[in-house]
Design a protein. Structure first.
Length: 390
């Protein structure tokens, strides 16, 4: 039996249960579909206590090993200096995980499944080379769109990408950027999109959903889901919503941009904080339109989740969003707007609301984004990676 070892910082823990849910959702399905044994190595930063503020306090509470939904998750520690050690992170992660990964690879055929290229993918690729095991790399967004713009980081990514059994990205746009950053032929990077849980995210009773979340029973609601940071652009959404009479904005997520978003919304923004998936599903059911005004994206799962819930989407024309919706999208699916265009977002949201609810058609469109296709591709990829090494 092939041992698939997922290597990524992006994975839920008992302390941070919503962190990296998208990797868990993908890989638990792959593990169930193939003849695989599955383990997870999710390194966490170790910051000296005088600098241990904010999220680093939460990282410090993560246990060294735990079982999450039946899978054994290991959390080796690597030394991190906030703001100073970005260029050294991959080496630190590699050293922290070497003995653990060697042990996990020692009891039969194994493949290392690395998500997020820096530092995780580079560290995993260098360990795989030392151990003589195959590995795959998956780019997910900021790793290619931002971090790979650093020449030193790009060089390290290129060094492991050329030896990977398979390079992957979650959207066509990201695959092109991955190939360019890693200096590999475009055909070396395969697009394997994320899927959406079509049972969890589905249309539901709007009144019941609003009551469960404590939201207003009447009036139009726009919902956004994501980190409250400048790159997600929720201040743009707040300013756009403020132009539309009677519309309120509901945001799910945490982050340092909350005060600025709140000020931009003029008292018409409700913050629900971080929420588990089942509560996020209720928020989609409660709303009339979904908004995502990001500056950049990979393949945002929240867009396919909203569509699966019968909710039209107004989002930035960036990353994999046009691939999901079509460009231009059919009118009933929503609209694409240039990032940062407040008036454009306001006009698009107004058009969607005036068009009325067409949830059945939106849901029918979303059903193409289930998990069967990507899971099948991944099972084949992992099996082929091991067969080539035998």
């Amino acid at each position: 039996m092939v041992h698939v070892i997922t290597f990524t910082n992006l994975f839920p823990s008992s302390v941070m249960p919503t962190h990296g849910l998208f990797v868990r959702e993908r890989m638990r399905r792959v593990a169930a579909a193939g003849p695989f044994r599955w383990s997870v190595v999710a390194p966490v930063p170790d910051v000296i206590w005088p600098l241990r503020r904010g999220v680093y306090r939460r990282w410090a509470e993560v246990p060294a090993i735990e079982v999450i939904d039946g899978v054994e998750v290991h959390h080796p520690r690597f030394r991190h200096w906030p703001g100073l050690s970005q260029g050294r992170q991959a080496s630190a992660v590699r050293e922290s995980a070497r003995a653990l990964v060697a042990r996990l690879c020692s009891d039969g055929p194994a493949v290392i499944d690395a998500h997020y290229l820096w530092p995780d993918g580079v560290a995993a690729g260098e360990l795989a080379r030392e151990l003589g095991v195959p590995f795959t790399l998956t780019a997910r967004g900021t790793d290619v769109n931002v971090l790979a713009q650093d020449p030193g980081i790009a060089k390290r990514i290129a060094g492991v990408a050329e030896r990977a059994s398979q390079c992957m990205a979650v959207s066509d746009a990201l695959a092109s950027r991955f190939a360019a950053a890693a200096r590999v032929a475009p055909e070396r990077v395969m697009t394997v999109r994320n899927g959406v849980d079509l049972e969890r995210f589905c249309p539901g009773d709007r009144a019941s959903a609003r009551a469960a979340l404590g939201l207003p029973a009447t009036g139009a609601l726009a919902v956004g889901v994501g980190r409250l940071v400048p790159g997600k652009g929720f201040d743009v959404a707040a300013l756009a919503v403020a132009q539309i009479p009677g519309l309120e904005l509901v945001l799910i997520g945490e982050g340092g941009d909350r005060r600025r978003i709140e000020a931009a919304g003029g008292g018409r923004v409700t913050f629900l904080g971080e929420q588990p998936p089942e509560r996020v599903a209720l928020a989609y059911q409660a709303a009339d339109v979904f908004v995502l005004p990001s500056q950049r994206e990979g393949w945002p799962n929240v867009v396919t989740e909203a569509l699966a819930s019968g909710l039209p989407v107004v989002a930035s024309r960036v990353g994999g969003i046009p691939q999901i919706l079509g460009d231009p999208p059919d009118e009933h699916l929503g609209a694409l707007v240039e990032p940062g265009d407040i008036d454009g977002f306001a006009a698009a949201i107004s058009r969607v609301l005036e068009g009325g609810a067409r949830g059945r058609e939106v849901r029918a469109y979303a059903e193409r984004y289930g998990w069967d296709e990507p899971v099948g591709a991944l099972v084949e990829t992992f099996q082929a990676s091991v067969e080539v090494r035998r």
